[in-house]
Design a protein around this ligand. Sequence first.
Ligand SMILES: Nc1ncnc2c1ncn2[C@@H]1O[C@H](COP(=O)(O)OP(=O)(O)OP(=O)(O)O)[C@@H](O)[C@H]1O
Ligand SMILES: [Mg+2]
Length: 254
Amino acid sequence: MSILTLKNVSKSFGGVRAVNGVSTSVQPGELFGVIGPNGAGKTSLFNLITGLIQPDEGIVLLNGIDITHKSPEQIACLGIARTYQTIRLFDTMTVRENVMVGGHIGLDYSLFDVLFRRRSFIFRETELKERVDKLLDTVGLLKRANDTASELSYGEQRRLELARALAAKPKLLMLDEPAAGMNNREASELALLLRRLVSDGELTVLLIEHNVGMILNLCDKIAVMNFGKKLAEGLPNEVRNDSAVVEAYLGKGS
Ligand SMILES: Nc1ncnc2c1ncn2[C@@H]1O[C@H](COP(=O)(O)OP(=O)(O)OP(=O)(O)O)[C@@H](O)[C@H]1O
Ligand SMILES: [Mg+2]
């Protein structure tokens, strides 16, 4: 079964059809890329999947469950985590604390447990801290665990967001331009890390990127958007050679 299915999803803002009848499906364990020019509707599509905006029509299924009109919190609990095009970190908190926040999704201790620091609470916090440090190690930030988030470079902040999203133990991880502002070396390292995460376990990644070279090298499957519509979808080679794609996007400036 597909992990994510979109059926004819549309969303307009005033006269702008930001997302226009998009259907697709993502398979478990896939690294699925979404590309398209500025304003193509990529972020709006992510917002529709994660419940930040509601579609005018169409449905979104996660593992066969209809999540179309669920809240962002409910959708997060069902296993989708995401990052944003604009970095959203808690600047004055430490690197470790930022990731701990991501790990609290789905933990079910009560206010009573927290206030009285019951054993179950302390045990889970200790367990969470260990898991968080492992994630910081995975993204290469363990040495920076006690620094505040604002002290990190742009590329490091992007990796911190990735760690925070992973702390929620998502089944589907959605990244909106995770390599934006990274230099080539950082972007290649990120690509390797994403490939490793997908190969390691049960993670599926949906990725928006303007770095077309990175997407073509990294992804199993790619959807191309333009003016809210899905223009093409397929393997990297198919997309690379699609004449409509070349004309609308890849051919730009080449
Ligand atoms: N909340 C909103 N209110 C009004 N218009 C919006 C809103 N969100 C998106 N749009 C419009 O919808 C269209 C698609 O925008 P979107 O941000 O989804 O594109 P994008 O493909 O992510 O672009 P970029 O590559 O620049 O990030 C644009 O015309 C944008 O101005
Ligand atoms: Mg966008």
